[in-house]
Design a protein around this ligand. Structure first.
Ligand code: GRF
Length: 206
């Protein structure tokens, strides 16, 4: 049985993944609603995209909470997510490692998209890492978030070939085409209650 998910999207960049999720919602192929978009970067493109779709968008300034106190900024993120009735947190180009407080507030309800075929190339700029390593296949991964960096149980992956004349930009662009397919699809599976997590493995129920 489908249940309408209330998504809270956290992003620091252009927001093209948020856009792909909103497009699927508007096309009627994803039974969900983006309840709020939160960024840590005041002029992030994701805010402009949110505004174009009349979605509430907020910048939460992490600067006053530097270093040791940064958990306080995340407390504010959790408070806002709750205020908007969010049940599922979608990290979409969010350039921060989320802390246990947020994970405990939304157990098995925090998803991330990573621009590499995990467990290869976690961390920053996965596509550049793949290119520089000489990998012949790159791709992207949607996974549940755990306390590590890009280390939670994998929901979906998509592969793209690395071409001889690829630059970081061309490879990233090709990976993003796949990201925009598998992120809405993973959320669709979650909304349909078709994901079963057993240890590290995620099974898609028929
Ligand atoms: C994507 O490549 C995603 O995999 C990574 O950050 C990028 C965000 O892009 N986590 P966008 O802001 O969704 O366009």
């Amino acid at each position: 049985m489908n249940r309408k998910l209330k998504l809270g999207v956290l992003g620091s960049g252009s927001g093209s993944n948020m856009q792909s999720i909103q497009d699927a919602i508007e096309a009627g192929t994803l039974d969900a609603e983006i309840a709020v978009v939160i960024t840590d970067v005041p002029d992030a493109g994701i805010l402009a995209r949110a505004a174009r779709h009349n979605l509430p968008g907020l910048w939460i300034d992490h600067a006053p909470f530097k270093t040791k106190l940064e958990g306080k900024a995340e407390d504010e993120v959790i408070r806002v997510l709750r205020e908007y009735g969010v049940d599922t947190v979608v990290l979409a180009g969010y350039m921060r490692v989320v802390k246990p407080g947020l994970l405990n507030a939304f157990p098995l309800r925090v998803l991330n998209i990573h621009p590499a075929l995990l467990p290869a190339f976690p961390g920053l700029h996965g596509w550049t890492q793949a290119l520089e390593y000489g990998a012949k296949v790159a791709g992207c991964t949607v996974h549940f978030v755990d306390a590590g960096v890009d280390s939670g149980p994998i929901i979906l992956q998509a592969a793209v070939p690395v071409l001889d004349d690829d630059t970081p930009e061309t490879l990233h662009a090709r990976i993003q085409v796949e990201e925009h397919k598998i992120y809405p699809e993973a959320i669709r599976l979650l909304a349909a209650d078709r994901l079963e997590v057993r240890g590290r493995r995620v099974f898609v129920k028929q």
